[in-house]
Design a protein around this ligand. Structure first.
Ligand code: APR
Length: 313
């Protein structure tokens, strides 16, 4: 059986770390791509990673390149190309630059890997995934965005820290856009099966949700030279695994929703079933009136971003 071919575009912090997690988990052979201006940098990172394989004990062929011909017929493509945030910037401040980069990358992959499932990571995420879908013209289920797994991972980390329990026992769901308007669902959060509302007061839970919402900015503030990459890359690797192993994971991702949740044709964070076909199902759950209002607010923010992007590209 042939190994899956995984292309990661953007060999910076998120891209190279995604390659690392995917290789260590033996998810497939990896192609790490960057722009010609970076010269041999992607080759260097790929070779360095390959040379870790005898020690770490994984079999994966990893190549670095600036030539899209090397990415031909990929099964999965992860797009991390773009600029990251600096302190004081919101994800939306990246819109103009990253929309141009997303357009260029999407034109390339449309030609070279027409059957790939594409995971977009570049920010502002909900607009970037929409742009990738527009330019590639790929079926909507084969283009999705990484946000919910990361946002939920941050939320789960903070809950585990608060309760002094294993992160593995925290199950949670967040919906909406990847930004300050993300929507927590306490009714879908549990600890070893116990509803979170039985373990933490509403006030404390609100504080933890707020920290998760601002989790990206917290890391930017600490790093000062760029944005988070370990947790975003781990989230990407989980999505790649769900696709190459056809796991049918139920996880929150930015997926195209039209009639679903009454979104009306935008990419927004919702629970999906993720398998070899990409988004195999958008899972629709009942929301309370308060949750519906918060989700609508999040959709409105995504719509605003997409319409600003339309004026820029
Ligand atoms: N094609 C391929 N790679 C590109 C392109 C392009 N058109 N334009 C830029 N890149 C590359 C850069 O050369 C750089 O190596 O994308 C890489 C980005 O890496 P970093 O600057 O380290 O940024 P990173 O932290 O990885 O974040 C990338 O992911 O999480 C988001 O907000 C983040 O939008 C940002 C993206």
């Amino acid at each position: 059986m042939r190994r899956a071919k995984i292309t990661i575009i953007g060999a910076g912090n998120v891209g190279a770390t995604t390659a690392h997690w995917c290789a260590a988990a033996e998810l497939g052979d990896i192609v790490l791509v960057d722009i010609p201006a970076t010269e041999d940098m992607p080759k260097g990172k790929a070779l360095d990673l390959m040379e870790s394989s005898p020690v770490m004990g994984f079999d994966s062929n990893i190549v670095g390149t600036t030539d899209y011909a090397d990415t031909a017929d990929s099964d999965v493509i992860v797009i991390t190309a773009g600029i990251p945030r600096k302190p004081g910037m919101s994800r939306d401040d990246l819109l103009a630059t990253n929309a141009k980069i997303m357009t260029a990358v999407s034109e390339q992959i449309k030609e070279t890997s027409p059957n790939a499932v594409v995971i977009v990571v570049s920010n502002p995420l909900d607009a970037m995934v929409q742009r990738c879908a527009q330019v590639t013209g790929f079926p909507k289920e084969r283009v999705l965005g990484q946000a919910g797994v990361l946002d939920t991972a941050r939320y789960r980390t903070f809950l585990a820290m608060e309760l002094g329990v294993s992160v593995e026992d925290i199950s949670a769901l967040l919906m909406g856009g990847h930004g300050d308007t993300m929507v927590p669902l306490p009714s879908c959060t549990s600890v070893g099966g116990i509803p979170i509302t039985q373990l933490i007061s509403k006030e404390r839970l609100d504080e933890i949700v707020d920290r998760a919402r601002k989790g990206g900015a917290e890391i930017v503030g600490l790093l000062k030279t760029g944005s988070a990459f370990y947790a975003p890359a781990a989230a990407c690797a989980q999505m790649v695994e769900a696709i190459v192993k056809d796991k049918k994971r139920v996880i929150p991702c930015a997926a195209y929703c039209d009639e679903e949740y009454g979104v009306g044709g935008y990419y927004v964070g919702v629970p999906i079933v993720l398998g070899s076909g990409g988004v195999e199902k958008v899972v629709e759950i009942d929301l309370t009136e308060e949750e519906k209002a918060a989700f609508q607010n999040s959709i409105d923010a995504v719509k605003g971003l997409v319409s600003t992007m339309a004026e820029l590209v």
